[in-house]
Design a protein around this ligand. Structure first.
Ligand SMILES: [Zn+2]
Length: 264
């Protein structure tokens, strides 16, 4: 699933490609036909993201709210775009570029004030300048749920997915099963600062970079084109730092990865 850095990167890209000009919006597949009709021809004012939610703001007060879910993708190309391939939910065509959105979980038109309803369910987003980490700390420090589960809860911190969750806990040597109530504030503060840095790198480079240079040797990444990780998708392999066997287990329906020796 795309993590928050992907959405912020898309927001920047769409802002650059379409910002402050009228665009033609359609739904070749038909499932977003009414939404597309509401915004087509309007000026694409701005794009921004909060966690894994993307917002396209149009003149007239309409906002297209998108959540990619597990399978959603945007594909950009110079105009003229070819005939739509596959199930294109939304096509945006600007003066020089266009983009096709396929497979999102959410693609809907909402009114500007309704954004507040969406973000009311979300915790602070490390990539937003207005993020208040104190809100996340409040939730974590009062919860008996494991820190591994809390980090994936979008109402605690918005934008963290399984890769950043697993890798952040490894980098801070924290056992993913430790209850939130047993986290120290200094530990949380250090994790938040690190997360902001890591996710900014993710936006800048368009990929997740989490392994420190001194550990970035030995085993390759878990798959072609995938990031090198300490523990994510490395179950059964040797920890890059201590050599112990990386473990995996299911936690709240998502696979968790950790080093039982490094993380306590
Ligand atoms: Zn280890």
């Amino acid at each position: 699933m795309p993590e928050g850095h992907t959405l912020h990167r898309l927001a920047r890209l769409h802002q650059k490609l379409f910002g402050r000009a009228p665009v033609v919006v359609s739904s070749p597949q038909g499932r977003f036909a009414d939404g597309a009709a509401a915004v087509t021809g309007q000026v694409f004012k701005q794009a921004d993201a909060w966690g894994k939610h993307l917002f396209h703001h149009y003149t007239g007060g309409h906002v297209v709210h998108i959540h990619l879910g597990l399978y959603g993708t945007f594909t950009e190309a110079p105009v003229p775009l070819g005939l739509p391939v596959g199930q294109v939910r939304m096509r945006i065509v600007g003066s020089e570029y266009g983009t096709d959105l396929r497979g999102p979980t959410v693609c809907e038109v909402i009114a500007e004030p309704e954004i507040a309803d969406v973000v009311a369910r979300l915790g602070p987003d490390p990539l937003r300048k207005d993020a208040d980490p104190a809100l996340a700390w409040k939730r974590i420090s009062k919860s008996r749920r494991s820190i591994g589960a809390l980090l994936m809860d979008q109402s605690v911190i918005a934008g963290v997915g399984n890769v950043y969750r697993s890798e952040l806990l490894f980098r801070h040597q924290i056992d993913p099963y430790r209850p939130g109530t047993l986290m120290g504030q200094d530990e949380f503060d250090a994790m938040w600062t690190d997360l902001v840095e890591l996710m900014k790198i993710g936006v800048r480079r368009g990929k997740i970079v989490v392994v420190r240079p001194e550990h970035d040797h030995g085993a390759p990444s878990y798959g072609p084109g995938r990031p090198r990780t300490y523990v994510y998708r490395r179950a059964g392999e040797a920890c890059r730092v201590c050599g112990a066997t990386v473990r995996t287990a299911e936690l709240e329906a998502r696979n968790l990865f950790w080093c039982p020796d490094c993380q306590v």
